[in-house]
Design a protein around this ligand. Sequence first.
Ligand code: FAD
Ligand code: HEM
Length: 405
Amino acid sequence: MLSEQTIQTIKSTVPVLEVHGVAITKLFYDRLFTAHPELLHVFNHANQKQGRQQTALANAVYAAAKYIDRLEVILPVVKQIAHKHRSLGVKPEQYPIVGEHLLGAIKEVLGDAATDDILAAWAEAYGVIASVFIGIETDMYTNSALQPGGWRDFRPFVVARIDKESDVITSFYLTPQDQGPIASFEPGKYVSIRVQIPGETYTHIRQYSLSHAPGQPFYRISVKREDTNPTVPAGKVSVYLHNQVQEGDVLWLSAPAGDFTLDQTDTRPVTLLSGGVGLTPMVSMLHFLVTTQPNRKVTFIHAAQNGQHHALRHEIERIAMAHPQVTVAWCYTQPTASDASEQAYHKQGYIDLPWLQSLVPTVEGSFYFCGPLPFMKAVNQLLIAWGVPEDDRHYEFFGPSGALS
Ligand SMILES: Cc1cc2nc3c(=O)[nH]c(=O)nc-3n(C[C@H](O)[C@H](O)[C@H](O)COP(=O)(O)OP(=O)(O)OC[C@H]3O[C@@H](n4cnc5c(N)ncnc54)[C@H](O)[C@@H]3O)c2cc1C
Ligand code: HEM
């Protein structure tokens, strides 16, 4: 238990640290990677360069510190981070290392303002926060290893089949190299994939949502190649998967993780909204919904640039044809001439509220969405404008979590 005085010291210094938040975490990472370059095998270097991870970690530490005497308030957020940590293989013995360098960075940035009392209070508070994470993650590792077909860290999988789904998205079917059973999963979950790209010093780990239903002898991921913007460096892992990985190659996978899952006790209509490659968890959910809740109304709405970028279209349409409770609708921002002549889409431009309301029978239902950040912000605003309560708006970020408003 922290003393009342420690709690007060922490709470009174959080605003100061928030002001210096990004400076502290940037310095923290510089110190961390200088002292422990082996951690570059685990962290995403592009997120580091773009500052996204710095912001996520800073926010989490300050949020935890604000609620240091009521950590149960932020438990859902802690669990979400813990899922990601577990999928990355973060270990209890790494927490003191992170703590040491975070404290060191706080001390350096605050200078004289960092009194011994303040530093001691933060060291104590970090210890409390770390032990909450470690406790939750230890349970997650155990559950992940003990479930039928489960495992603890990374397991080798063979790329059994590669299917090109669109100009930019390719599916990879993965079966365990040991030919043993594989853990089932709730649709919406993701796996972390660890790759050693030839010529690269460090391994790279990325998350990919499982895009097929559970209960198959394989996992399927569907990956967008991130090299279409000539003004930024190409994405490492997605481009490696697209350009170099072939059938028969081996990839290392974590067991399925994440908390973006369907509430299976909910029988109200469900709407699955996706933009671009954000459709992957939705396709898994769709497969699952039609088999486990055949009476539940499902509206599947997907936004893509055009038919050439539109992945898994026929798979989804086949499900809709076989299940009258499923409605699908396509929204293309830049349809091609052949999209137009084939009437391949239902709406041109962006999803708007009147169109959404024309497709979804009632606001009384659950809404799941995923896609690029601007898409997610727009959809979230539409749903708020329609009156969908927070509890019925579920979403997944395909990167470090951030704010939608
Ligand atoms: C829970 C979750 C589920 C996901 N599911 C999927 C999925 O189903 N399918 C899918 O395709 N992806 C998914 N992702 C995203 C995926 O994990 C990767 O982030 C994505 O494939 C890009 O990885 P990369 O290694 O190719 O790019 P990275 O090397 O990580 O680069 C990321 C992006 O930054 C750009 N970039 C690189 N360096 C710089 C720089 N210096 N300045 C500016 N920009 C830069 C790159 O072009 C790229 O677009 C998911 C992510 C999460 C967190
Ligand atoms: C109390 C301490 C910690 C806090 C509050 C914390 C917080 C966070 C947060 C908020 C994220 C982003 C989650 C998201 O993607 O949405 C994250 C990701 C991550 N964390 Fe932690 N973390 C802590 C300790 C650690 C430790 C000890 C390690 C081990 C080295 C670690 C490694 C990582 C990695 C590798 C990622 C993903 C980074 C990326 O994708 O670039 N974290 N953490």
